[in-house]
Design a binder for this molecule. Sequence first.
Ligand SMILES: *Cc1c(COP(=O)(O)O)cnc(C)c1O
Length: 450
Amino acid sequence: MPETPRSFATTQVQAGYRPGVAENTAVPPIHQSNAFEFASLSEARDLFALRRDGNIYSRAANPTVLVFERRVAELEGGIAAAAVASGQAAVAIALLALAKQGEHIVAARQLYGGTVDLLQDTFADWGIEVTFVDQDDLDAWAAAARPQTRAFFAESITNPIAQVLDVRAVSDIAHRAGVPLVIDSTVSTPYLQRVKDVGADIAVHSATKFLGGHGTSLGGVIVDLGTFDFAAEPERWPQLTGPYRRVPGGSLVERFGETGSPFVTLVKTKYVHDLGPSLSAFNAFQLLQGLETLDLRVARHTESALGVARFLEHHPAVARVHHPGLESSPWHELALTYLPRGAGSVFSFDLQSTGDDDEDFARVEEFIDRLRVVRLVANIGDARSLVAHPASMTHSHMTPTQLAQAGIGPTTVRLSIGLEDLGDILADFETALAGALVPELDQLDAISAR
Ligand SMILES: *Cc1c(COP(=O)(O)O)cnc(C)c1O
């Protein structure tokens, strides 16, 4: 009780809670508070000047979010991480912190659809130029680099075709061009591949997918893997090596080069601060719960997905399965090198085509309608098994050329295999595919063989 009795209104706002009291909760609590109370004005001054660590305002940092950042950074073997509200924000901000107007990025053309939109549309509006290359074409990566280039960007396993990137080779080319390699590790997760060990410098994730793993919470995270030396060519990176007004006491490299991450400090104090895509404490809590079972879940996802891929490969209604764990995949060798624990659970397959787009679409629709265990949802990395039709859903705004380059046809079906019983998933496909056979095709083959 306070010395002087409080009025009802003051009591209802202040009673029963003292900031700064550790409650010894075994699980990181949800610090659902916009802001944090300072012990004194001089403490506030030190915090605002970044002379000491502490909480100010949840757009900049929140204790629940910090736990998530530290945990992902450690899983990736990185030095620091910045969590943001979505994977889309993570990609955008990681690249904005590297390249500004008049500068240039080289990116794989097999990227997530939202990232393609960001790079070719919004970044173009902002005067940041992007060259897209076939990620398997190492000469194209090398040829695309220019003096203005500030980053190479790719996904370690692409979606929907599940191409495996030769990360080491692309990283060598990026480093010869004097720029960091940024890898979107959403599909592989640090359990299947620690991209730092194979040459990446910055990892980004849509934590919405496997890190959270239960389809409940959007989130993203940017990890500085601590491998790129921005001070080696200081004139290229004035945002890190030049004066920085937001933090007194020299450049970010001078202030944080030894003890922290100049890059993550820039991301947080400039881009998250100014643009505002902060991760909420509640979502950080959900994502932390997901992380606790990451290895168990991804191991099951991966094993079941390979089981489904092998089943589909032998089914007469299926023309092709795009899974790098299969010996038939052009990326099988890379998968053996880079993904010894398996190639993840997001992949696709093509139903046999009739050659007629409308008819093919109707057959894909009937097939998806017949699925009962596997659900039609525009997401991946959920505990549930999900199916999508890239050509009419996630990739519907792409041009026919872009679709063809991405290996997506009218009968391409994307899967994200979940945690249900594998037998139930296979039975679901067995039933749904039984109606998707194309008897006419056999006749056509017979006719053309005559
Ligand atoms: C989903 C996804 C994103 C975007 O993440 P959101 O959390 O949906 O904003 C980025 N990259 C990849 C590879 C994704 O799968």
